[in-house]
Design a protein around this ligand. Sequence first.
Ligand code: HEL
Length: 404
Amino acid sequence: MVSATVGRGAVLGAVVLSLLAVPARAATSEPDTPTAAALPAPDTTGLASVLRTALNQGAPGALARIDDHGKTYRVTKGVSDRSTQRAIATGDRFRIGSVTKTFSAVVLLQLADEHRLVLDAPVNRYLPGLLPDDRITVRQVLGHRSGLYDYANDMFAKSVSGFEAVRKKVFTYRQLVELSLKKPRTNAPGAAYSYSNTNFVIAGLLIEKLTGHSVKAAYENRVFKPLKLRDTFYVHPDTAIPGRYARGYLTPDAAGAQLVDATAQTVSWAQSAGAIISSARDLNSFYSALFGGKLLSPARLAEMEHFTQVNSTTAYGLGLRRRDLSCGVSVYGHTGAVQGYYTYAFATKDGKRSLTAVTNTSNNGKVLNTLAGALESAFCGKSAKTLRGSAVVERNGDVASAGG
Ligand code: HEL
């Protein structure tokens, strides 16, 4: 289904277990990004074709929502529930995985705005003795440049048994940090970009230490409530998604094996690195508000948008990705991969056009690669080039489009 309405206005399959860290180059010079108003119209026919391809590649359902200057485009394909065959809807809630990282970074940057946190201070200043190296700073943690090993690499080396082993588990943040510290670090502090969930577990610890409250309270009081994100929840360690949602299906590693319904899980292995539940409307509102200056001071937003180049099409700021599209437009947001769901949530630099695209399957590199095409349809319109080749999907790395 494809529909467009004028709304209320703004308010790992092909998994590469490579441990390659990307040397931290000088921050990129910012690309010349046109404002949303200067972009071609979204290509909803192209978007529908992207979602159809994702279904052909094994996703039970897929949804996309574009918000563009008060106009909303909605596209859906397939089902939210394989048992009942209910059609997926753009209003369905889902697990957003690492898109959570932007929320955690926003809370810490707000604390920096309030002079309660110094980004270049060592993590150990706030959490004495947590890390074995006093040189690791908060800024390095938020930019995946700490060198702290990603414990999830080992946890999910076997996708289904790894998931089942943690589905109902409740970890403390410190237990997750300890798992990471059992392994050598990937690089010296600040020397390289190396994606690691451990960094955003530390973000959660920092949030709790500095606010004196849970991350749930911080997300709710600082982001969800002020932005009226009514579909957005942090329910850890509960396992259920509130209200109407798309069920999520994990693709087993063995070819041809049945999808595993992964909807119910604590997501305790991720917490502040990946356990938020949301909807396409709310994620679009969130990035639109962030880039519209509603959450951070201009100075803190500029720090968040100080990017290290990761590969030819991706750069990472502080809890924020930049994707450079085929038409020369750059978009800003995050990707998420949590058992059962892939998410792309990105917006233009001015926040005036935003896209969230989701499939309710994961561990399927073809689907993940295909879904990147939703960015092209949404922001490049009909001038988008068809993505060719297969993406490099690094479990501990990044999602890159063809040639990346
Ligand atoms: S991985 C990523 C993505 N991020 C990182 C984080 C997230 N998610 C995880 O670390 C979970 C990995 C296990 C997911 C699971 C699946 O696909 O359901 N895969 C396996 O078990 C593979 N053996 C860098 C892709 C991001 O885009 O930031 O989310």
